[in-house]
Write a protein that binds this ligand. Sequence first.
Ligand code: PLP
Length: 404
Amino acid sequence: MRTVYLDNNATTRTAPEVVEAMLPFFSERYGNPSSMHSFGGKVARHLQAAREQVAALLNADPAEILFTSCGTESDNAAIMGTLHSYPEKKHFIMTRVEHPAVLNVGHYLRARGYRVTEMGVDGEGRLDLEELRHALDDDTALVSIMTANNETGVLFPLDEIAKMVKERGIPFHTDAVQAVGKIPIDMKKTPVDMLSLSGHKLHAPKGIGALYIRKGTRFTPFVIGGHQESGKRGGTENVPYIVGLGKAAELAMKHMDEENGRVRALRDRLEMELLSRIPNAIRNGTDKDRLPNTTSISFEYVEGESILLMMDAVGICASSGSACTSGSLEPSHVLRAMGVPFTAAHGSIRFSLSIYNTEADVDHVITHLPPIIERIRDISPFWKDYQAGKPLSAMMAGEHAHHH
Ligand code: PLP
């Protein structure tokens, strides 16, 4: 059976070129880049080359790139590293739609006495910048706002946000894990202090990330150890994966036009066809400012998990906007923050494409998904109630959500 992989925001295929670039560093080039001998020294040169490749993708200086173990570590290091640098300041600002790698750090900080502001979003997933302006104060140690949302693809106005925060002299971090490699990002133009990225979202392997730290930014190491990474992160560098991330960054620059042209057109066609062929289907998030590869669509009165299982049976890989926790299907925090009704949030599916997708992939989904939704609705009491004009059952109306 063919596999149609439309879950690239969860993870991407490692590019064959990336695998090839990594291989020698698992075998003959196994030296430690910190060694004094030339066997290690040669490896250090490849580390530097990778740093240059990642810096080029962000239009940054290589010295501003810190390699980490993943996007989550980059986010944690940025937040904790900054707060430790400003111990007298006790206010942290983030949004309600951040990835758990930021969101749960915020919650952790709140439990330890920090004042934490969680900015809300509107029905289309957009921030209110005036709300942000009012949230900034003299006690604010850091603002962390994502560049692109992993579930909806909605882009926040990074330039405007960064400028507003920097005008107040407050450090600014952005989780750009879903944006890097998909849209142009320019550190010479956008005054962010720190930016997180993750290899496996841009065709490098899982378990490698980077944190951009602008020159002059105060930063306290999060991983304490040896002198590696200019003393900013202990631990012998993951050389093969760093080399892989460098190659992936180089490829991302090469593929940027295709991502924003061909991939965007594929996404648009997929979305348009699904919205027009399937009744009661709604797109989540603004159409205007979003990633070229992502669409989140709610199919009202059906369970996302049922859709995923039936799509899986025809080889389609996607994600739902709800997580099955302790037996109850809880819609994602992102869709809840957007005020998406439970009847729609329960049946939300995220499709996320990459340069490896084809027109045939889109055709496959357009052919198979409409009958799947129809079949599920045929046996759905919620759909029957809806069609009969009956009031919703408690579960679909979201009453159980009050327990959380
Ligand atoms: N931030 C965002 C927006 C993400 O989508 C992800 C990955 O799902 C992460 C952070 C975490 O990245 P990693 O899986 O490399 O820890």
